[in-house]
Design a protein around this ligand. Structure first.
Ligand code: ZN
Length: 108
């Protein structure tokens, strides 16, 4: 593992330590997934940014604590932002909505 990769993940794969969720500081994970992991992986925390700015979520098995990074595909990413925009839209009147949208678009 390179230094760069170390900086971009908070997951520590350590067979000697008890698995622990210390998000957002550190997540201690078993080095390998087990049979329990299928279907029991849950996203934790906020969306993160990984290599080349690509977004991901930490995903952790509720049984054994195995954790990995789940990088989002284009479609899932679009869906994620659409959901955020939709829920934001609900809470704002027309004027506030337009100024929020303007602010968001200026960042792109
Ligand atoms: Zn598991």
């Amino acid at each position: 593992m390179t230094v760069m990769e170390n900086l971009l993940t908070i997951v520590r794969y350590d067979p000697k330590c008890r698995p622990e969720d210390r998000y957002p500081r550190e997540i201690i994970s078993p080095p390998n997934p087990s049979s329990c992991c299928t279907g029991r992986m849950e996203r934790i925390g906020r969306m993160q940014t990984g290599e080349a700015g690509w977004p991901f979520f930490y995903k952790r098995c509720q049984i054994c604590g195995y954790t990995l990074r789940e990088f989002l595909g284009y479609e899932e990413l679009a869906e994620f932002f659409l959901n955020r925009i939709r829920s934001r839209r609900k809470g704002l009147n027309g004027l506030a909505w337009r100024s929020w949208l303007k602010e968001v678009l200026a960042q792109w």
